[in-house]
Design a protein around this ligand. Structure first.
Ligand code: ADP
Length: 271
């Protein structure tokens, strides 16, 4: 894969070759002396749904947080639709991308977190319209109409005026999904979105996400312990261990006939 030198060149190349929405090139991430990711290279195509599996601490969440620019990249490059997200390569040097450009790219990316992360002081409706109005500049009336339609979609049509604290975990997570979808993201990052939920509501939340997967072309990067969900919705599964991709492939292949010993051991523990 060529290392892009100019974002415009890559964007052209991407358009011509069927689109890499997310591209990691030689990515490195350190927390102090702890090297969590090193020489990590992978691509996610437009509309592709990729699930990251692997033991705790293998770097899966860090990957999502890097795409969302919630963590600083220690080395390498991440491209979104061929455009450099945080650093670009110019004349052989690694230079930071201007904050304005970074913010603009970020508006194409939505994330749903394990702990919901709703704004506690805002109502459900205010949570959902906040970014469309203040970041995208959508007229408030339009944002409100869209929020109501999304609340309908996630099965909470009568919760618009509630505050998050009065909702159950499952309901809060459904609001968080509606909030992410309100930005019409091109990329949706799902970080263990059911891990903090009571078992009986996990299915509801996963069904909403299955429907999003079935009815939109949104590119998804998913971290989950729900292997049934991963198998149903993913085009590709990547098995991680210690920051490296151990094995990747179609979910049917990875889940039924994994090749690598580490994948076999991991799956026998979780399935
Ligand atoms: P996974 O999602 O696979 O469980 P993570 O990406 O959460 O793995 O973590 C990978 C490694 O990075 C772990 O060793 C973890 O302790 C470390 N790590 C993650 N976030 C931080 C942080 N904010 N500060 C220090 N270390 C971190």
């Amino acid at each position: 894969m060529p290392t892009p030198t100019e974002s415009t060149h890559v964007a052209e190349a991407t358009q011509n070759s069927g689109a890499h929405t997310i591209e990691f090139v030689d990515v490195e991430k350190r927390f102090g002396d702890n090297v969590v990711l090193k020489d990590l290279n992978f691509t996610v195509k437009q509309g592709e749904r990729v699930t990251l599996i692997g033991p705790s601490g293998s770097g899966k969440t860090t990957i999502l947080r890097l795409v969302m620019t919630l963590e600083e990249l220690s080395g390498g490059y991440i491209y979104i639709d061929g455009e450099p997200l945080t650093h670009a390569q110019r004349d052989g040097k690694r230079v930071p991308v201007p904050k304005k450009q970074q913010k603009k790219l970020r508006t194409r990316i939505g994330m749903v977190f394990q702990q919901f992360n709703l704004f506690p002081n805002m109502t459900v409706l205010e949570n959902i319209i906040e970014a469309p109005v203040h970041v995208l500049g959508l007229p408030k009336k339009e944002a409100i109409a869209k929020a109501h339609s999304l609340l309908e979609q996630v099965g909470l049509p009568d919760k618009a005026d509630e505050h998050p604290s009065s909702l159950s975990g499952g309901q809060q997570q459904r609001v968080a999904i509606a909030r992410a979808l309100a930005m019409d993201p091109e990329i949706l990052l799902l970080d263990e979105v059911t891990s903090a939920l009571d078992p009986e509501v996990v299915g509801d939340v996963l069904n909403i996400l299955r429907e999003v997967a079935d009815t939109t072309n949104v590119t998804m990067l998913i971290v989950t312990h729900e292997m049934g969900f991963a198998r149903d919705v993913s085009h590709k599964v990547m098995m991680f261990d210690e920051g490296h991709i151990v094995e990747e492939g179609h979910p049917d292949t990875i889940f039924t006939s994994p090749k690598h010993e580490r994948t076999k051991r991991f799956l026998s523990a979780v399935l």
